[in-house]
Write a protein that binds this ligand. Structure first.
Ligand code: UDX
Length: 439
């Protein structure tokens, strides 16, 4: 079986490499020639555990190819996945120009029946737009070739994407053509999912599923952050409350960890986009608007705690920051709470020394530039710092040498943005600990 994956970003590259790994002939296509050359040489555009090994192994075996030639890649392919970016436009809605440009090119270059499946997160009704774009391109060629469109949203988590792809908890396929359904069935067979975990539905429902899933997860987080903020006021401990409610299987233990707010490439973008879609249809998604508002405010909570301790004017003070990426095991800095915290500390006159095991290059390149001093390791960041801020819960920060931390910091004060440290233990070592959702 042969397929093409168009777009070698995060979703496309992981999907392409994983399909190749189960024996499918995959050509990953991108318009960025440099990126394609790098991939051929085993250089990954993103950091994702297990990805490099998977790409190199499958490239060497010849099952995975990289190309800038979409026309050639789709020759003989049964499925073409569209996995290009859908950046938020100025008004918050997903910009479809890349998706529709790919659809147009497929229409211009296809020579046989093909299933065109979108993997990019796209608003409801995009399936129809993709179909129309392909049809229009075919009509221009005066070609009457059959094709099908499908929606196959991905649910990959950054940092665990390869594993999520190879062992998915469900696969959602929106399709309205029997032949296409059979092809998709064959494609996903190697992933050995029991029947009820491959869920077939109509295309708009599949498109909606992706947004509803991310919006529900974002809602859990914002809900818990809201409760955590109230816990602080009334003298309750949000971590105890979390355990107390999570033991009810209807609520569940996952995604109810209070923290410094959610970031990343999905939740912020998707919550905005679905609110926008609703408005286009004259409907107000009030819960999700609140989810977004709570999250925006939550990114300021840690810096506010610093100000409550040291005063609003932080001139002359230096803070050590452990973690920059929006979550561990990724170098992704998109919408990372660290950016908001750094801006706020600097605006109050402070200096920030940061260390992140993987994301410093990314931070330097795009987002935080020279706003912080980048340090060679976690302890280096503590030298001459007035307090420690834990922003991303990388494993290596979990059990530091508190003796060394205490010696290096000017004050034994820890602002724990992810509640990874035991307050009582730190207290017994003479530290002051400020977490999220408890006094
Ligand atoms: C998410 C979805 O999980 C995935 O299914 C979808 O395909 C893409 O979006 P991702 O953005 O990689 O994946 O990150 P995820 O692990 O879900 O975390 C999102 C954010 O929520 C992070 O900033 C994380 O720190 C935060 N979070 C998560 C919390 O603050 N509390 C929690 O309890 C869980």
């Amino acid at each position: 079986m042969k397929i093409a994956v168009i777009g070698t970003g995060y979703v496309g590259l992981v999907s392409g490499a994983c399909f190749a790994d189960v024996g499918i002939q995959v050509t990953c296509v991108d318009i960025d020639q440099k990126k394609i050359e790098k991939l051929k040489n085993g250089i990954m555009p993103i950091y994702e555990p297990g990805l490099e090994e998977l790409v190199v192994r499958n490239y060497r075996s010849g099952r995975l190819k990289f190309s800038t030639d979409l026309g050639e890649a789709i020759q003989g392919a049964e499925v073409a996945f569209i996995a290009v970016g859908t950046p938020p436009g100025e008004d918050g809605s997903a910009d479809l120009k890349y998706v529709l440009a790919v659809a147009d090119e497929i229409g211009r270059k296809m020579t046989d029946y093909i299933v065109v499946a979108t993997k990019s997160t796209v608003p409801v009704t995009t399936g129809e737009k993709v179909r129309a774009a392909i049809k229009a391109a075919l009509e221009k060629r005066v070609a009457d070739l059959p094709f099908a469109v499908a929606s196959n949203p991905e649910f990959l988590k950054e940092g665990a994407a390869v594993e999520d792809f190879l062992k998915p908890d469900r696969i959602v396929i929106g399709v309205d053509d029997e032949r296409a359904e059979q092809i998709m069935q064959r494609l996903y067979k190697p992933f050995q999912l029991s029947g009820d975990r491959i869920i077939y539905m109509d295309i708009p429902s599949a498109e909606m599923t992706k947004y509803a899933a991310n919006a529900m997860l974002a809602t859990k987080i914002s809900f818990m952050n809201d409760i955590a903020n109230l816990c602080e006021k009334v003298g309750a401990d949000a971590n105890m409350v979390r355990k107390g409610i999570g033991s009810d299987p209807r609520i569940g233990t996952k995604f109810i960890y209070p923290g410094v707010g959610y970031g990343g490439s999905c939740f912020p973008k998707d919550v905005k986009a679905i609110i926008k879609t609703a408005r286009q249809y004259g409907y107000e998604l009030k819960v999700l608007q609140a989810v977004e508002d709570v999250n925006d405010a939550q990114k300021h909570v840690l810096a506010n705690k610093v100000k409550a301790y040291f005063g609003d004017d932080l001139t002359g003070l230096t803070f050590a920051m452990w973690g920059l990426s929006f979550k561990p095991n990724t170098d992704d800095m998109r919408e990372a709470p660290a950016g908001v915290i750094i801006d706020e500390l600097r605006a109050a006159g402070a200096t920030v020394k940061a260390y992140d095991p993987v994301a410093m290059e990314e931070a330097k390149a795009h987002y935080i530039f020279d706003k912080v001093t980048y340090c060679k390791d976690a302890y280096d960041a503590l030298v001459d710092a007035d307090a420690l801020l834990l922003v991303t819960e990388w494993s290596e920060f979990r059990i530091p040498s508190w003796q060394a931390v205490g010696k290096l910091l000017k004050n034994k004060v820890v602002f724990d943005g992810r509640n990874i440290y035991d307050k009582n233990y730190l207290k017994s070592l003479g530290f002051e600990h400020y977490g999220i959702g408890s006094k």
